[in-house]
Design a protein. Structure first.
Length: 315
């Protein structure tokens, strides 16, 4: 480890990432202390990523670190929570050189600074397997105001922020399966933007919400199951970027292509439900409605289609 033991490397690479947060104790203790915040609930989320499963083998370590941060902050964004700290767990694979560890720490530092999040602690270990990392992120939400998956009601409109499908096409571009002349699709896949800017709108108007990580249809289905309701989702209303729309125009089966975009995952937008009587917030598209019952129906090109699993299924 470049002449340093585990603790020396932690001090060199990760201690600066505490951002001076007093409860991190400069990463010199076995735990962190998080004081309560009057009038707020502590919101906690955790995501893990594995090389060859969640990102391609050989991906730049700094990009891996940044995507790890953003995936976790996306969960907090969907809960309308304000992030402030995190815990990191990393399993360095054999052959992961000191320079690789430094690049990972640099990527982590870049995004923790950008989003004003302090590293509070964690653990580093060695592994004979693939590179694996996990982050536990903490945020504050006004007491009782965290937006849950459960809460959608029949009559609510189903909405999604941003555009959907860019990450699916971005992964295909990274693999060399489709053209991506200006690199915008690959960028959306590698560096998603957690929708922290939507916290106020979600807090004030959403009855339920989830981030789009497993796939739009799958994550909308998570809301339906948690809420005990059914959904109708119209893929013809899917908001698309210019790059995705251009790709769609070249596909022989538009319905099947829309289904691919809606099930691919990794978009890290927010799918939510809002009462039909409320004005739609800027940045959201209406893609369906909440209905009685428990069935999730998906239509495209005027016909009902089978969405299959609807997206990524965790083993």
């Amino acid at each position: 480890m470049s002449g340093l033991d585990e603790f020396g490397e932690i001090a060199r690479l990760f201690r600066p990432l505490t951002r001076g947060y007093p409860g991190a104790f400069q990463l010199s203790d076995d735990a962190a202390a998080i004081p309560s915040r009057a009038g707020h609930d502590l919101v906690v989320t955790k995501d893990a990523i594995v090389e060859g499963v969640h990102f391609p083998a050989g991906e730049a370590p700094d990009l891996v670190a940044r995507k790890l941060v953003r995936a976790n902050l996306s969960d907090l964004a969907a809960k309308a929570a304000e992030p402030f700290g995190c815990l990191l767990g990393v399993a360095w694979p054999s052959g992961f050189a000191a320079r690789d560890r430094e690049r990972f720490a640099q990527g982590l530092a870049s995004d923790l600074e950008q989003y004003e999040v302090a590293l509070l602690g964690g653990d580093t270990v060695a592994t004979p397997g693939p590179f694996t990392a996990s982050l536990t992120a903490f945020g504050w939400a006004p007491e009782g105001r965290m937006v849950r998956r459960g809460g959608a009601r029949p009559g609510d409109r189903l909405m999604v922020s941003g555009t959907i499908g860019d990450a699916t096409l971005g992964l295909a571009a990274v693999k060399g399966e489709i053209a991506d002349p200006d690199g915008t699709l690959a960028y959306r896949y590698r560096l998603p933007q957690p929708r922290l800017d939507l916290r106020r709108a979600l807090r004030e108007k959403a009855t339920a919400a989830a981030d789009v990580s497993d796939g739009l249809i799958a994550d909308a289905g998570h809301i339906a199951r948690a809420s005990g309701v059914g959904l109708h989702l119209d893929l013809d209303a899917l908001p698309l970027s210019g790059a995705a729309a251009s790709w769609l125009e070249r596909q022989p089966d538009v319905g099947r292509a829309l289904l691919r975009l809606a099930t691919g995952g990794d978009d890290y937008e927010v799918v939510c439900t809002m009462p039909s009587g409320l004005k739609k917030p800027a940045g959201f598209a209406v893609i369906g409605e909440v209905v009685e019952g428990e069935e999730v129906t998906v239509t495209a090109q005027g016909r009902t289609i089978d969405p299959g699993a609807g997206g990524w299924r965790h083993g």
